[in-house]
Write a protein that binds this ligand. Structure first.
Ligand SMILES: Cc1cc2nc3c(=O)[nH]c(=O)nc-3n(C[C@H](O)[C@H](O)[C@H](O)COP(=O)(O)O)c2cc1C
Length: 457
């Protein structure tokens, strides 16, 4: 293991993914989670400062532009993403209480205009001295369309085509001002050099944007771009524009395949493989011992309300289970297994193992089908080390099961173990998120020679 560490240069990148109360479906019922997390700013201050104490590269908050839709009998017991802060507003505030950590927020390319988004992320980058990141999403929930004058979402491919052009426009807008455009010379009464101001004059399929942006060039040149696409279109988008990919991965084999697939697609866009960091979501339940971690997991599992478990399975299997006995079998005759491969796989598994609905949702619901890794700090670090050294990932997006406790466990128990193994930094070395991730600063399309790293005052 250690020999291969020498072969693989560098250390892993780590982010913290903060679903308000935590990633486990029953997180809010845990007595140690922050019950009003989505609307509690002090909670986020505590989280981001804990993550910065652990030297994490970044924190990430997700977003949809609609409250979660579905069966209210279940949603009333699973409040995640029903009411919470808008992420860019939150990140701007968190910038003021941190110094090093990257601040990555989701914003939709389907339900925004590029000018607003370019301006917002440029501002966060300047406010935070170069720590902004944007998770570009195309928005997949029908309820989002209902808030933007539509009865249904535009087709998947159209949303990605729009996102491609959206990002292109934002990049152009971020280059509106050269890095040294602002002369600010009182003696000559010259504030900026007009030769260093550029009008984009973009006219494309989806957008017509003249520019320039009314914010200076971001400290990082462009904020860091992230994406979590799973589809082929999503992967192609990532290979073209993303610098971080959060796509979920379940096995090491799958991770290795996606890693080489994504990095292999980059050459045709003139990009180098090391300029994209694969950091999948990582659900870690940490205990001081394996037994303690197992106990924590079992406790969380015991908190899942049957209505929530049934509802999650109903959505996944495309059948209403609300009137079914949770201690009975699934109504196999009502499930259309032909519709998706995932559905068929789940149903085959339930039949093979003769699972009741409760047994099945307990397996599926906690992390919504994603893999959960439980154990002592050594066991968790072993797994992370193996995935990193085998080139399955460049790092992880840690999703604590409940917050703030789950993050504190990770920072206090797992981070020191990773540091002891030389797999993670002990101090921040870079000043910006880009520098910490080892990503290059994009040169301006107009002033290639100004690709120097900006020195904040
Ligand atoms: C870690 C992670 C975070 C995500 N965050 C968001 C988000 O904040 N908002 C959103 O609309 N979708 C989010 N998604 C969904 C993805 O952007 C993507 O749409 C989904 O994985 C399906 O892939 P596709 O777009 O290629 O079909 C996230 C997915 C993952 C795995």
């Amino acid at each position: 293991m250690k020999a291969s560490l020498r072969e693989r240069r560098g250390q892993m990148s780590l982010g913290g993914f903060f679903h308000p109360t935590g990633n486990h479906v029953a997180a809010w019922l845990h007595p140690e989670s922050q019950i009003d997390a989505g609307m509690n700013f002090r909670h986020y201050v505590d989280l981001v400062q804990t993550a910065e104490r652990g030297k994490l590269d970044l924190i990430f908050v997700a977003d949809t532009v609609a409250a979660r839709d579905g069966n209210l009998d279940a949603l009333k017991r699973w409040p995640q993403y029903m009411a919470y802060f808008e992420p860019t507003t939150l990140m701007a505030a968190l910038a003021a209480v941190t110094r090093h950590i990257g601040l990555v927020a989701t914003a939709s390319a389907s339900f925004n205009e590029p000018f607003n988004i370019a301006r917002r992320f440029a501002s966060i980058d300047l406010i935070s001295n170069g720590r902004a990141g944007w998770n570009v999403v195309t928005s997949g929930q029908p309820a989002e369309a209902y808030n933007f004058n539509m009865d249904e979402l535009p087709p998947h491919a159209d949303r990605y085509a729009r996102a491609r052009e959206f990002v292109e426009v934002c990049r152009g807008l971020w280059d509106s001002w050269d890095d040294d455009a602002f002369v600010r010379d009182r003696k000559t009464a010259l504030y900026f050099d007009p030769d260093k101001l550029h009008y984009l004059r973009h006219k494309g399929e989806f957008f017509s944007v003249r520019g320039p942006l009314n914010v200076a060039r971001p400290i990082q040149g462009h904020p860091v771009l992230a994406n979590a696409g799973v589809s082929d279109t999503g992967k192609e988008f990532a290979a073209d524009v993303a610098e971080i990919v959060f796509t979920p991965l379940h096995t090491l084999e799958q991770a290795k395949a996606l890693y080489s697939d994504l990095k292999g697609r980059m050459e045709k866009y003139g990009r180098r493989p090391e300029h994209l960091k694969v950091m999948p979501g990582f659900n870690a339940i940490v205990g001081r011992t394996d037994a303690e971690a197992e106990e924590k997991h079992q406790f969380l599992q015991s908190l899942i309300h049957p209505d929530v478990g049934r509802q999650l399975l109903s959505t996944e299997l495309g059948v209403d289970l609300s009137s079914c006995d949770v201690d009975g079998p699934l109504p196999y005759d009502r499930i259309d297994v032909a519709s998706t491969a995932q559905r068929k796989m789940l149903v085959d598994q339930a039949k093979r193992e003769n699972l009741t609905i409760r047994q099945f949702y307990l397996r599926y619901a906690g992390a919504r089908g994603q893999r959960t890794v439980k154990g002592s700090p050594q066991r968790i670090a072993d797994e992370m080390e193996e995935w990193f050294l085998s080139e399955g990932v460049d790092g992880f997006l840690v999703q604590p099961p409940y917050l703030p406790g789950g993050l504190k466990d990770f920072v206090d128990l797992v981070i020191p173990e990773l540091q002891r193994r030389g797999l993670f930094r002990t101090e921040y070395q870079g000043r910006t998120l880009r520098e910490n991730l080892g990503l290059p600063r994009p040169a301006s399309r107009y002033a290639k020679q100004s690709a120097v790293v900006h020195s904040p005052a």
